[in-house]
Design a protein around this ligand. Structure first.
Ligand code: FAD
Length: 322
């Protein structure tokens, strides 16, 4: 397949030309996944490669729920998407073999519970994955629909349309109820659970008795109000302990103010080739202790307990994201 520049279409947004409501042909002549052409470097089962390619699209994880008389049925699904704001519509894609698909009909209400980062056990439970001690789910009933307690966000929708989607069925739901809370979502990518780590910490998780001797090797620095303390991309060859004043930390999608006793630049100091990951500015007069990478390494060599504690922190971080 040759690369080519896309054609530009003149489309009058909001004018006479608009997207059609629906169109489509039969799938009778559609090729099967086994006939897919694989990109360069890929070989083996095309259907598996197709599945893995789709797995590169990172999603959240939801539990879909519905109630039939007094019985609640739940199912884990990541094929959930928002469709329209006016009217509020969402779409879910359900395997035709799944029990859930057989329970949803025109007008049936279903709940969507967007799982929180720690709810991997519930995701496994509602996916029918075997676990030694699966957590019990508790449900809250809203609009006569069960919603998983402790989830990050909840929606209740009523099935208004359904479409045939090959081995899945697509259900379009008109949303009647929406709510969200604070927290981080559980993510699914490449066939495994992931989570966002937006507040990287390593050295600040060390116990004080191991951290203090390292900080004692640092040198004092002062910054005036508004001074750049660190800038995204520049080499990160030291970490800073804020002693007085505060600093504003900004990176895409994240802003925080850190004060006395907090460390900044603690990830990059372990990876000086990677560059700073945030812009940091002084808020008011700031005094800080800077510890260079060389001093850090010599302190870790001098006290293997500190080096081991650091490895434990890194291992816990790894476990969190796995
Ligand atoms: P079952 O397999 O009968 O039920 C699912 C599990 O939930 C069972 O273990 C059951 O005991 C438990 N359960 C049901 N109700 C309750 C209750 N009231 N209390 C306690 N436990 C209960 N499949 C799709 O079709 N679409 C997707 O988008 C999709 N995304 C997925 C994303 C992830 C991350 C994972 C892990 C799986 C996904 N699946 C998806 C697979 C799907 O979750 C499973 O195939 C599931 O088993 C299908 O559920 P079912 O409706 O057939 O019911």
């Amino acid at each position: 397949m040759e690369g080519s520049r896309p054609n530009e279409f003149e489309v009058e947004i909001g004018g006479a030309i608009s997207a059609p409501e629906a169109f489509g042909a039969s799938f009778d002549l559609a090729p099967t996944a086994d006939e897919l052409e694989l990109g360069e470097g890929l070989e083996g089962d095309p259907a598996l490669a197709f599945r893995r390619t789709l797995g590169m699209f990172a999603t959240g994880v939801t539990v879909l729920t519905t109630r039939v008389r007094e019985q609640v049925h739940g199912m884990t699904a990541n094929a959930f998407m928002s469709v329209s704001l006016q009217p509020p519509l969402v779409l879910v894609s359900i395997d035709r073999r799944a029990r859930m698909g057989a329970l949803l009909h025109q007008g049936t209400r279903f709940g969507v519970s967007v799982l929180e980062a720690r709810q991997t056990g519930l995701s496994d439970r509602f996916a029918g994955r075997i676990a030694d001690d699966p957590p019990e789910a508790t449900f809250e009933i809203v609009h006569e629909t069960p919603l998983v307690e402790g989830a990050l966000a909840h929606l209740v929708a009523r099935v208004v349309r359904s479409y045939w989607g090959g081995d899945h069925s697509l259900f379009l739901g008109q949303v009647e109820f929406a709510r969200y809370g604070e927290g981080r979502p559980l993510l699914f990518h490449g066939g495994r659970y992931e989570r966002l780590v937006s507040d990287p910490q390593v050295f600040s998780l060390l116990p004080r008795e191991l951290l203090d001797p390292i900080l004692a090797l640092g040198e004092e620095r002062e910054y005036a109000d508004g001074d750049a303390v660190m800038q995204i991309g520049e080499a990160g060859c030291d970490l800073l302990l804020v002693v007085e004043g505060s600093v504003s930390v900004e990176r895409p999608g994240f802003q925080a103010t850190l004060g006395p006793g907090e460390l900044v630049g603690e990830i990059e100091v372990l990876d000086p080739g990677g560059g700073r990951i945030a812009d940091i500015h002084a808020v008011g007069l700031v005094r800080a202790i800077a510890v260079s990478r060389e001093k850090l390494l010599s302190a870790l060599e001098a006290d293997p307990r500190a080096a081991l504690a650091l490895i434990e922190v890194l291992a816990a971080r790894f476990r969190e994201t796995a």
